[in-house]
Structure formats: C-alpha cells, structure tokens
Design a protein around this ligand. Structure first.
Ligand code: CTP
Length: 419
C-alpha cells in the first residue's frame, strides 16, 4: 500500500449553523463544500432556524437537517453520538458570540454543542457578529480558549456589517470557508491506506509477583498519535504498555506489560507496517532474575539489598537496522541537552526521524495534557510550541506523512532508474 492510494469515503463534514444573520449564506456554503467533494450533514441551533429555511438546506445537502436531540425518528436513523463519529470534520458557521461562549465553556445543551463535544474530529468555527461583540474581551477570551482546545478559527473578515457598522465581524465568504475546510481535510487524510504501528506507555519489569521497575509515562502522547494517524486515514495497530487509557475507537490495540512482550508484539506486526512510531518509554533494564514468590525483607535494620539488572533489547533500534524496514520514527524524553541527545540518538538508532521532548519542564511531557516537541529528521528540524497533546499529534502526523511520502517517492524514482 502507499500514501498515494485513494480515500475510501467522501469527506464528511458536519455543518453546525448558529443563529446569526450570516446563516442565510449557509445553503451556498453547503453547495460549495459538496462541489469540492464533501458529504454534508446539517445541524442548526434553535435560533438558526429563524434565519435560514430548513427546506433549502435539505435540498442542497440531500439530507434532512437536524436541530434537536429529541427527534425520535432522526435519533433512530443516526443517533447524535453516531453523527459525531460520522464526521471527519465539524464546521460551525456562522458562529455567533453566544455560540462561541457555549463552545468555549464546553456546554452540551443542544444537538450542535453535544455533537461537538462528542466528536474527535477537528473542529472549525467561522465567527460572525457585530464588530464590538467580536472585539469584546469576553469573546476574545472565548476564542483563545477554543484555539487552545485545538479549534481552528476561520476569519472573521473586515468590512461593512449587516448592522451598518464597519470592522471585523463578517463571516468569511462561503467559498473561502469551503476552500479552507476541504483543503485541510484533504491534507488531514494524508495517511489514507497506510498502515501504522505505534507503541505507547511504559513497560513494567517485574522482580517478583508484586514489585516492578517502571517509569512515569502515561501513554497519552502515544495514544494521541495513534488517534491522529487513524484520523489521517491510516490503519493503526497500537501496542500499549500498562496505562489507564480507554481503547481508542477504530484502532487495533494489543496490551503488553514487559519490554520483552512489547518487542514480541512489535515483531509480529512490523512486517505489515509502512510506518513504525516508537513512542513507548521502554524500560532500558530488567531484573536479571524473577522471583516466583514475593521477596521477604531481611528484618535487620539498615541491611542492603542489591538487584542486578540486565539491558533490554532496543526495540526501535533492532527494527531500524533490519531490512526491509518500515519508515521509523522514535521518541526521546530528555532532561538535559534535549536536542543534542535527540540528534545523536536518531543517528545511533538509524531512525528516519525522532521526536524530542524536554521532560524537565513540568508544564509539558509526562503526566501533563500539553507537550512541546522538536521533530528531527535528516532534512531539518521542526519545533512545535506548547499545545495540547492531541494537537501535537496531529501536527506530527502531518510532518511524518510528508516525510514518508517523500521517501516513497524517492524509492519509486530509484526503482525506475535501476530498471
Ligand atoms: N526504545 C526501544 N526499546 C528500548 C528502549 C527504547 O524501542 N529498549 C525506543 C523508545 O520507544 C524511543 C527511543 O527508543 O523511541 C528512545 O529511547 P531512550 O530510552 O530515550 O533511548 P536510549 O537508547 O535508552 O538512550 P539513553 O538511555 O542514552 O537516553
């Protein structure tokens, strides 16, 4: 399989319409997105229904628009959670000041806001409101909040408004919104048909039935990467160490405990992987001996106990130095000289790319929701500033997909030359 393979379904966009005057433009928006190859399902807020005719939306989208959680027939056909899962992207246009506030607060008090909370797909908002309302610190604060949650804000444009004032607040033109969302979705499905193997979480190296050596990895960054790869269209296998995370939908998850078991699971699945992303914090050492029964203490105060450790095999290193091999991406969590160690580690382990993480910073890394990393490859380095782990994962997947596609293209040219 290759990165060039075509996608299996049309892009699916859930269009949420807010109650502003710009809602009258949404039938054109639906048409513009459909003409660019997207399938559209429409959800309106109660107020939006005053600004745009549902019959018009039904005619252009080819589906009955929805506005309430309490429509038994619509729920029976496709429940609201299913609707949220169905979407490859959620676009909210126009997003009024009130709707932005509800989204920023994480409310789920109607079908639109509920669907937005229930989706893992990227969310886009196209604000439209009076200039003063847009510039108000409360609205700006809400927009910042949404950005921090990974929402993409499209516009607003500057110009004359329906209320006669001038300034920022106009919804972007439907074609501009359609271009932005469809283009983003195209790049989003950059791994369509590609098989990705990810390891995540820590490993545990048992000394006896109740004691083990492990580390602080939560598995969150690895799980986020697996999900981002899935959202980009990849077929994902996730080998997870012991973590407190639910199995992501649509991903083949294999649970392991020790480094040896992780290595075995990777060895079984690597042959069918196009890309291997080794995020797991694999324990470097394991106790040389495993005691079948719980070890007892000596009972003498101050006595010493020595545990002898032996090195675990390097999983990513062994994959990256074998042939044939997938495109290999490693991770490095460092507490000092992060970039220098990362560069050295990438070369030493023969990896195509490495993601370096400075875990001495408490605000990022291990248990936190945010991360900041640098991706190092043979053609350069990309620094990603602090953002939620899911957003980091999406950006990393974009970069990895581009590097993978470039390598596939180089191989293709080399094969043609050798013929
Ligand atoms: N890794 C692995 N198998 C191991 C140890 C690490 O596959 N036994 C992978 C990790 O998943 C990660 C990368 O190697 O992608 C970096 O691991 P790290 O432990 O930081 O590298 P080390 O070689 O142990 O370097 P050092 O101990 O010098 O930090």
């Amino acid at each position: 399989m290759s990165a060039m393979q075509s996608d299996t379904h049309l892009m699916r966009i859930l269009l949420g319409i807010g109650g502003g005057i710009a809602a009258y433009k949404t039938p054109s928006l639906v048409r513009d997105m459909r003409s660019r190859g997207a399938e559209i399902a429409v959800v309106l807020t109660e107020n939006a229904r005053r600004f745009v005719a549902e019959t018009a939306l039904q005619a252009v989208s080819g589906r009955k628009p929805r506005s309430t959680l309490w429509d038994a027939d619509a729920e029976a056909a496709m429940g609201h959670i299913e609707l949220a899962r169905w979407a490859d992207a959620v676009l909210i246009a126009p997003a009024t000041a009130n709707l932005l506030a509800r989204l920023a607060a994480g409310l789920a008090d109607d079908l639109l806001t509920t669907a937005r909370l229930a989706t893992t797909a990227p969310v886009y908002v196209a604000p439209a409101m009076n200039t003063r309302m847009w510039l108000h610190p409360a609205t700006q604060r809400n927009v910042e909040c949404l950005r921090a949650d990974g929402v993409t804000v499209l516009g607003p444009a500057d110009g004359e408004q329906a209320c006669g004032e001038f300034g920022p607040g106009r919804m972007l033109a439907p074609e501009q919104i359609a271009d932005a969302v469809v283009a983003a979705l195209r790049t989003q499905r950059v791994l369509a048909g590609v098989r990705v193997l990810v390891t995540a979480g820590p490993t545990r190296e048992f000394l006896d039935p109740v004691r083990f050596i492990s580390n602080r990895s939560s598995g969150r960054q690895g799980f986020a990467l697996a999900e981002a790869a899935r959202d980009a269209g990849a077929q994902v296998t996730l080998v997870a160490g012991p973590v407190q995370l639910p199995a992501p939908a649509g991903i083949d998850r294999i649970d392991v405990v020790s480094a040896e078991k992780m290595k075995a699971a990777v060895a079984t699945h690597v042959h069918t992987a196009d890309i291997f992303v080794s995020v797991a914090a694999v324990a470097d050492y394991r106790p040389t001996e495993f005691y079948a029964q719980k070890l007892k203490k000596s009972g003498r105060n101050g006595s010493e106990m020595h545990v002898l450790l032996e090195e675990n095999d390097d999983i990513v290193g062994s994959i990256a130095t074998a042939e044939p091999r997938p495109f290999v991406v490693g991770f490095a969590a460092e507490t000092q000289n992060a970039l220098a160690y990362g560069r050295e580690k990438r070369l030493r382990k023969n990896m195509d790319a490495i993601v370096v993480n400075d875990v001495s910073d408490q605000a990022i890394g291990f248990d936190s929701a945010d991360n900041a990393v640098t991706l190092i490859h043979d053609g350069g380095e990309v620094a990603l500033q602090k953002m939620p782990k899911a957003a980091i994962a999406r950006r990393l997947i974009e970069e990895i997909a581009a590097l993978y596609a470039a390598r596939a293209a180089r191989k293709h040219t080399a094969r043609k030359r050798d013929r």
